[in-house]
Design a protein around this ligand. Structure first.
Ligand SMILES: [Zn+2]
Length: 189
């Protein structure tokens, strides 16, 4: 079932989301609908607040070609999962609750967009690497150490759980350019 994606200006996108309580797998059908909605909208990530629920739940699916476009020259990006190197695609689609992120290393710019901020894209500076603890619906924990598009996507999605949008994180010069467009989004939503 397709869910409606909340748009810029909706208060649900600005609230801090609550931790998901056990049993996590009672959210299984919600997750299926979120994945279906994300695919239909051609997104690579969707956080629960974007479909109107302030809980710390995220779905991500980074297709192989997107990972290559992120500038990784390898045929497929490798990431560390529980201490083992594996291809990024081996953990997709990635569904998790109550994430803990620890971004590190130098910052870099990357063009971001968002299913809740239609038609707008902007360069955003964030740390290029991170360590993450992601709890899957079956309760198992993935400890990830990565760079590339997954590091970017995780920071973007977890921002949603804290009420932030990528537009909050663009440079002040970038914000000036965005201001008019964001005002228009507020008027036409
Ligand atoms: Zn987003």
């Amino acid at each position: 079932m397709l869910l409606s994606i909340k748009q810029y200006g909706d208060a649900v996108l600005r609230a801090k989301s609550a931790p998901v309580q056990q049993p996590y797998d009672e959210h299984e059908s919600l997750v299926q609908n979120m994945i279906e909605t994300m695919y239909a909208a051609e997104g690579i990530g969707l956080a629960a607040p974007q479909i109107g629920l302030n809980i710390r739940l995220v779905v991500i699916d980074i297709p192989k070609d997107e990972a290559d476009e992120a500038g990784e020259s390898e045929p497929e990006e490798m990431i560390s999962v529980n201490g083992e190197q594996m291809p990024l695609s081996s953990i997709m689609p990635l569904v998790f609750v109550n994430p803990e992120l620890e971004p590190y290393g130098k910052q870099g710019l990357f063009m971001e967009g968002c299913l809740s901020v239609h038609e707008l894209r902007s360069n955003v500076a964030r740390p290029l690497h991170l360590r993450a603890k992601l709890t899957k619906l079956d309760g198992t924990v993935l400890e990830i150490d990565c760079g590339g598009i997954l590091a970017r996507c995780l920071q973007h999605e977890v921002d949603h759980l804290d009420g932030f949008l990528f537009t909050d994180r663009v440079s002040s010069a970038g914000k000036l350019t965005l201001a008019k467009k964001l005002k228009r989004l507020m008027e036409y939503r």
